[in-house]
Ligand binder design. Structure first.
Ligand code: UD1
Length: 424
């Protein structure tokens, strides 16, 4: 079977302005949180992406009505939920698991296919389940389906210390706790900006949530109330970081608009330490043109506010252009380095030190070839590397990129990249 691919002309220098879309990882939990509240929900700055489409399909399976017009989204949650929907889309993306917390809070007996998503590690859901079990939910997994039965008298508040600050488990448990009886304490939580956006939305609807660093105190309320006004989703920090790194890799001048520089402080600090000239304002970042030989650097991914694993592959593309030795350690997902083989096909010369650390002596001279993205962020990293290669790269695996980057090809072209989707 012939597949479509992205044709990318190398030796590019990206320049110009680019507007960042709304955050994928913020809208997904927020969409599921709308299950908690009967009435109408309006959102703005919603990215048009495959994962969002799939989440909306799941809401529709439950009987909600949804309409997305450009970046505005309307959800009507005025109807009784359907019983036993098939949730056909649940196994195509990871965030489908986020319907679990809200549906347990609503005492809904649920049969849910196990989540899918990028193959970047084993991605268990034990922390989600452990927390919900503490709240009285009876959960089993049978034939690749989660069977969750909430307690007859509603969820009870819990005191739960997450063994690891998982983003998804934190979100699921927040949504479960807001309507539970009593006061819950969640310790060692993740507090990525997307989680704080979910908390802001829930608080606006009447939830009682207080945060002190990695601890949340959530006092259950009887009911939440839908907002009368629309709610605007935060900008996508991973998209903003991808553009920043695209500019840095190609030594171009890029102004990233409609972003929140505070969400990218770690990346900005690293780029500045290399010598890149960057000016930030409240909602934009200007990366100045440069042509210097910057030195190698060491990066280790970590939970927020450390370096985001979702920018790891894009940063590797930059490392290949640096002069000297660079190293990159991944601490979140064990299979995030599948793209290294593809880069080495282009001539990157990246070496493994164990399974979670790689190092490279740059600058690498990359020669275009056919390569394949096996996950979303790897796809972004491979595009950046292709832009710095000699020749025309063919990148396969575009279905992954469609899940997370809105108008990707349009934005790349607007910045001067010569890219084109080739259909078979
Ligand atoms: C979210 C993001 C993803 C990002 C990741 C880390 C969404 C939709 N996706 O994914 O883009 O890369 O955060 O910033 O927001 N873990 C367990 N048991 C669990 C849950 C997680 O062992 O029950 C492990 C995972 O296997 C992984 C680590 O914890 O090794 C982090 O996972 P988690 O923070 O939960 O990531 P996601 O919510 O899946």
């Amino acid at each position: 079977m012939k597949l479509k691919y992205l044709k990318i002309k190398g030796e590019a220098c990206l320049s110009g302005d680019v507007e960042v879309s709304g955050s994928k990882n913020a809208i997904l939990p927020i969409l599921f949180s709308s299950l908690l509240v009967k009435g109408h929900h309006f959102f703005t700055n919603v990215p048009k992406l495959k994962d969002v489409e799939d989440a909306l399909e799941m809401l529709k399976d439950l009987g909600l009505k949804t309409k997305q017009l450009q970046n505005q989204l309307f959800i009507d949650n005025s109807y009784s939920f359907e019983k036993n929907p098939a949730f056909k889309k649940a196994s195509s993306f990871r965030a489908s698991i986020l319907c679990l917390g809200p549906l347990m809070a609503l005492s809904y007996r649920l049969k849910l296919p196990l989540p899918g998503g990028c193959q970047i590690g084993s991605r268990p859901i034990d922390l989600h389940l452990e927390g919900l079990r503490k709240m009285g939910v009876s959960i089993s997994i049978q034939k690749k389906k989660i069977l969750a039965i909430p307690p007859a008298k509603g969820l009870k508040a819990c005191h739960f210390k997450l063994p690891f600050p998982s983003v998804g488990a934190t979100e699921n448990l927040i949504m479960a706790c807001v309507l539970a009886k009593g006061t819950s304490y969640l310790e060692n939580i993740a507090y990525e900006p997307e989680i704080l956006d979910l908390i802001t939305y829930l608080k606006k609807m009447g939830a009682k949530i207080e945060r002190k660093k990695r601890t949340l105190k959530i006092t259950g309320v009887k009911k939440l109330k839908a907002l009368k006004k629309s709610y605007s989703i935060i900008p996508d920090r991973i998209e903003a970081g991808t553009w920043l790194l695209a500019g840095a890799c190609t030594r171009g001048q890029i102004c990233i608009k409609k972003c929140n520089p505070k969400h990218l402080s770690f990346l900005l600090k690293k780029l500045k330490s290399l010598g890149f000239k960057i000016e930030s304002q409240s909602d934009q970042i200007l990366l100045k043109k440069s042509n210097k030989n910057y030195p190698g650097i060491s990066i280790k991914t970590g939970v927020y506010p450390s370096f985001p694993t979702d920018l790891q592959a894009q940063f590797m593309a930059l490392m290949l252009t640096l002069k000297g030795e660079s190293s990159l350690k991944e601490t979140i997902f064990e299979k995030r380095f599948r793209y290294i083989e593809q880069l080495n096909n282009l001539g990157a010369g990246i070496q493994f030190q164990g399974s979670s650390k790689v190092y490279v002596k740059g600058p690498a001279v990359l020669k275009a070839k056919s390569i394949t993205a096996h996950d979303l962020r790897a796809g972004a990293g491979l595009i950046l590397a292709a832009l710095t290669s000699k020749g025309i790269t063919k990148l396969y695996g575009l279905q992954h990129l469609e899940r997370g980057y809105e108008n990707l090809v349009f934005k790349l072209r607007y910045l001067g990249a010569e890219v084109k989707i080739q259909s078979p």
